[in-house]
Design a protein around this ligand. Sequence first.
Ligand code: 13P
Length: 288
Amino acid sequence: MCNLKDHLKKAREAKIAIGHFNISNVETLWAIFDAARALGQPVIIGVSEGERNFIGVRQAASLVQSLRNEFDYPIFINADHTHDFEGVKKAIDLGFDSVMIDGSQLLFDENVALTKKCVAYAKDVKKKEGRTVLVEAELGYIGTSSTVLDTIPDGAGADMTPPDVAGRFVEMTGVDLFAPSVGNIHGIVTSGNPHIDVKRVKDIAETADCHLVLHGGSGIGDEDIRGGIRAGISVVHVNTEVRVAFREGLEKGLKEDATVAPYKYMDKARKSVYDLVYKKIQLFANFS
Ligand code: 13P
């Protein structure tokens, strides 16, 4: 079966993006997997440090691998927003397909040094075990919370990533994936999400020799997403909208059914996430 690197290459050539959706539980995982499978698209499951500690790091990896093996399906797992080398090493050792080292709040040189260390470790694993683990890094602060916000957090998105600096960073670190700040913000901003600077995405795609990732996909309008993908984005991350869909579905399930059986009331949460992810994948894969 093709690995994540192959699927990213295919997505880029087709000018579409692979959806990356975060999970905190198995119900959400099934919803995402079912939606991706219904549309025949590869999908990436993201687990941040908090999410994977809640599920269990090894258990999160095993769950995704079990779906991939049982259904012979391109579903991958990413150690999203990992802040230290030890976390990256652990995820790589446990079989994650990709790791995101988040040094976005460090100084440029510190971010470069930390990222290089992670890339070197992934390369070493490739040499010793033949396993490909992709490394992603971020440059530019875009906030940290996948939640519903009244306003944009202080400083988030203020300094968008300059294309020449992006090119330099990617060359210096050798990352496979790069997450820039291009107007995207983590979370849904109820007072209005900023727009994507599509021209900047295009310029970064020309200078940075790797796949581009759009974080903070929640709350961004469909046209902005389409423009970003056409300009060179290969992966779009969505978390807050998944969380909102899960909660709304769960509340509905609890209200409409007095059952105490979790598999009954949780089913509404699963359906609610499925519907959201189905629409997002249609958008990212350019289904008309
Ligand atoms: P949102 O919560 O804005 O969708 O961002 C998610 C994300 O980028 C996870 O890495």
